[in-house]
Design a protein around this ligand. Sequence first.
Ligand SMILES: [Zn+2]
Length: 347
Amino acid sequence: MSINDFTSLEFKSRIITAEFILPSGEITEKDIEIRTSPVTGRTSRIAFSRINENEPGTGRLPGPPPDRDNISKCPFCMPQLNSQTPRIHSNITRSGRLIQGDSVLFPNLFPYGSYSAVSLFDRHHYVEIGNASVDSYFNSLINCRNYLKKILNHDPDAIYLAITQNHLPSAGGSLLHPHLQINADRIPSNHHRTLYKTADMYYRNTGHDLFSDYLAHEKEDGRRYIGRTGSWEWVVSFAPEGFFEIWGILPQKTSFKQASDTDWQTLASGIINIQKFYRHLNRNSYNLGLLITEDESSRIELRIVMLARSNYAPWVRSDYTGFEVMLGDMTTFIPPEQTAEMAREFF
Ligand SMILES: [Zn+2]
């Protein structure tokens, strides 16, 4: 996709074929689909021949991790929380930590950016995927929102914002105790940079917002549309860059400050619905990300991305192989249209 002719969203896909001789001597052909993301122009692949693969560790939901009861060593459990977690600098807020219901937010002791924080859901040390309450996610998200508002008051140039989650160590989580990460910086990440440029160019060329048009296309097509929670609309990604990748879009809202309390509540509902879907697939691990560019000129509407990761269980293989890491093309096994069919019952 050349940015100059970016005047419409193209849902492009091609089938390529691998032809070879089976051990039995029979000649066979295997299809691989290559899809191009209408948003990023990046390609990803669907290897249909692996659709029925029984990946180790997905026959049933893996049991609890070994340290599920080890709350005395967890810095996010009480009473360690008060003595072992850091406090927010007093030039941002005088309260040190932000409290919303049972959620507590404090700085990340091991920051990835200028403003890097952790938002707990509640006091539960281990929560299986799909079993968290909507309220716990709502409170944690509200804490994230309040923190980001305080950061922008303090440093109005730190406009590149993100709320992310690594559920379980196989998704990158270093502590079992469930939490969200918040990041704010003056320097954009790769995805912030690409999204800003693309949404901006699309708006200049068409006068329309990128994700609204994407959603309109997906609702018209219907095959990847899942449903809605409040004003959030949920679709399976056309060209997934992760297993069972699902997007929630809040149309026409380009600033997190435009989202109402109800919008955060219904976002929490959608997240739990998708967790229940992943649980139904015997997946216990996932990532979540909401990227925001808090700039008046930004045309990026709020969009959350969720995708399942390799299970956290003994001897499970990573979902990132040499193909993904070295070639940059994610390869999944199930057509997004089939994922949407399965996910709909959870909405
Ligand atoms: Zn804990």
